[in-house]
Design a protein around this ligand. Structure first.
Ligand code: HEC
Ligand code: HEC
Length: 337
């Protein structure tokens, strides 16, 4: 009897201890599923302005058609395969935790978005919940797309609806344990309105374009899905194609080890051609995609990059890959930091 009581108290304490440990560390989302808001009936009306803006954002700024289409990685600038625009792609990168598939975004009713509502797509883009209620793997950059203005989101969805439907079967995403459960903490509902900054404020506009353009997804190193503090835009994140090209993202802060020496023409040429002087940049930097941005938007991004904190961090893809204690990644010139 007495022993039974002691065991019960012990068990009780263990439960309390475990509960506290879970609350303080990974939280409860891995067990109970992601935080999601109920879907609404909203529908985005198609207008010529929205179609044009959506085409621009999806094709040249936010990477939608870059990730959600198959590429010819051997051709200069890694163009999308003709006839496969938006039809989905199993991501070809190394070091992914399993098979990550960017689904078919064309309106095909069987293999695409034909039967999904506008709000199902909207919630996926800014809040990270798939049409089936699942937490999306955060390489789909919903953390940053959260800052996308309502009108821009509506424009992208209107444009996706206008794509020719492509019937394209793809395997399903299969994420390894425990990542599959841990990502359930990432999605956050969004219920307020989001507006664009005033375009006459060039730095604020540049920051907005850089955010919805996902520059930091590659140019800020991460650890377990969180940006490493004080390393914004400082590079080091190592990317590669299975069996192909590898490169670490560059330091694009205004430090001397970054792009301190750039001026506006160097930046524009880099973003449009992939060349910095005679140095050729890896196609893992999607310059052919960003190269169609307007001069005004590219100049605003450059004006914004001039204002970010300079970080001294050497990244050089021509040198051997070594461990870097600053960004805690492996990259060229890592041992010089
Ligand atoms: C870096 C690559 C990348 C970019 C950029 C990207 N996506 Fe995705 N997207 C993905 C991947 C991968 C998934 C699937 C994640 C998973 O299966 O967990 C996904 C999922 C989605 C889904 C959810 C599909 C479902 O199952 O419900 C939608 C909708 C979507 N993306 C739309 C967009 C739009 C619109 C944009 C541009 C604003 C965009 N994506 C940009 C990679 C990307
Ligand atoms: C998919 C990952 C990815 C995204 C997204 C990305 N970059 Fe890059 N970027 C890279 C990689 C990798 C390199 C290094 C390539 C090399 O050294 O050959 C690079 C290089 C650069 C360089 C050249 C720096 C130098 O060495 O002179 C600039 C400038 C740049 N990126 C700006 C941007 C901007 C601005 C954005 C957003 C609009 C952006 N990048 C988005 C991966 C990315």
């Amino acid at each position: 009897m007495k022993l039974g009581k002691i065991l019960l108290v012990g068990l009780g304490l263990l439960v309390v201890f475990l509960a506290a440990a879970i609350s303080l560390t990974i939280g409860w989302r891995p067990f109970i599923g992601p935080k999601a808001r109920p879907l609404t009936e909203r529908k985005f009306e198609s207008t010529p302005e929205r179609l044009a803006r959506g085409h621009y954002l999806a094709n040249s700024v936010s990477g939608c058609l870059f990730c959600h289409s198959e590429h010819d990685w051997t051709a200069p600038g890694a163009p999308v395969l003709p006839g496969k625009e938006g039809a989905g792609e199993s991501l070809p990168y190394i070091d992914l935790p399993g098979r990550i598939v960017a689904p078919n975004l064309t309106p095909d009713p069987e293999t695409g978005t034909g039967t999904w509502t506008d709000d199902q797509i909207a919630r996926a883009v800014r809040e990270g919940i798939g049409h089936d209620g699942r937490a999306l793997f955060p390489i789909m950059a919903y953390g940053r797309f959260r800052s996308m203005a309502d009108e821009d989101l509506a424009s992208i969805i209107v444009y996706l609806r206008s794509l020719p439907p492509v019937h394209h079967e793809l395997p399903k995403t299969a994420i390894i344990f425990p990542v599959k459960y841990l990502i359930r903490s990432a999605p956050q509902p969004l219920t307020t309105t989001v507006s664009r900054p005033d375009p006459s404020d060039r730095v604020a506009w540049g920051q907005y374009m850089a955010t919805i353009g996902g520059c930091e997804d590659c140019h800020t190193a991460e650890e377990r899905g969180k940006d490493i503090a004080n390393m914004n835009f400082a590079g080091g994140f190592f990317l590669g194609l299975s069996g192909g090209e590898t490169a670490a993202a560059a330091n694009i802060t205004p430090d001397a080890s970054g792009i301190g020496y750039y001026d506006e023409p160097i930046f524009l040429k880099m973003m449009r051609t992939g060349y910095v002087g005679a140095r050729k940049i890896s196609p893992l930097m999607p310059y052919a995609f960003y190269g169609n941005m307007t001069d005004d938007d590219l100049k605003a991004i450059f004006a914004y990059l001039r204002t970010v904190k300079p970080v001294h961090h050497r990244v050089d893809n021509r040198l051997p890959v070594t461990y870097c204690k600053l960004c805690r990644q492996w990259h060229g010139a890592g041992d010089q930091n």
